[in-house]
Write a protein that binds this ligand. Structure first.
Ligand code: PRP
Length: 179
């Protein structure tokens, strides 16, 4: 698989270190509370399983599959819920766990959808943030790393559904997606 990798952007040891820091911060911020952690499939799967093990909290797991309509369509700012939460979140503290915030469309729309269900709170923890790609004004509450606008794969992120299982966050060789 490594022959598609241009550079390793964030190696496994740095990922682990940062996930621990995020876990400690979130545990401190929600101390004494029950937290509903929502994994946004599929990209956030690896980050989610690592992060939840660093939470010293009473947690409830939820999983969602969502698909953004993107900014280039008339439905901009909306999100299609392919698989919804299993349980109501009214009066719950909710933390959405995402792999990357890119245009911001998915998280901007999803937080609005979940807010409408009247939870106690909704926050977003994204492992990566690409602020240079924003088309809507959205800021995550917890961010692992801010990255440049490169094609990134690994640690849950794919190219054409491949390479999600790479242990490091890597930059994909341009010749792979320019083909
Ligand atoms: C990716 C990523 C985020 C979203 C970010 O999901 O996992 O959910 O795009 O982009 P945005 O900020 O521009 O909305 P994708 O739809 O590729 O699904 P995946 O998680 O299955 O890879």
């Amino acid at each position: 698989m490594e022959d598609v990798v241009e550079t390793v952007l964030i190696p496994e040891d740095k990922i682990k270190e940062r996930v621990k820091e995020l876990g400690a911060q979130i545990s401190k911020d929600y101390k004494g509370k029950t937290l509903t952690v929502v994994c946004i499939l599929r990209g956030a799967s690896l980050f989610f399983v690592d992060l939840v093990r660093e939470l010293d909290l009473d947690v409830r797991f939820e999983f969602m599959v969502v698909s953004s309509y993107g900014s280039g369509t008339t439905s901009s700012g909306e999100v299609k819920i392919v698989q919804d939460l299993a349980k109501p979140i009214r009066d719950k503290d909710v933390l959405i766990v995402e792999d990357i915030i890119d245009s911001g469309n998915t998280m901007s729309a999803l937080t609005k959808v979940l807010q409408a269900r009247e939870p106690a709170s909704v926050k977003v923890c994204a492992f990566l943030d690409k602020p240079s790609r924003r088309t809507v004004d959205f800021k995550g509450d917890y961010i692992g790393f801010t990255v440049e606008d490169k094609f990134i794969i690994g640690y849950g992120l794919d190219y054409d559904e491949k390479y999600r299982n790479l242990k490091d966050i890597c930059v994909l060789k341009p010749e792979v997606y320019m083909k």
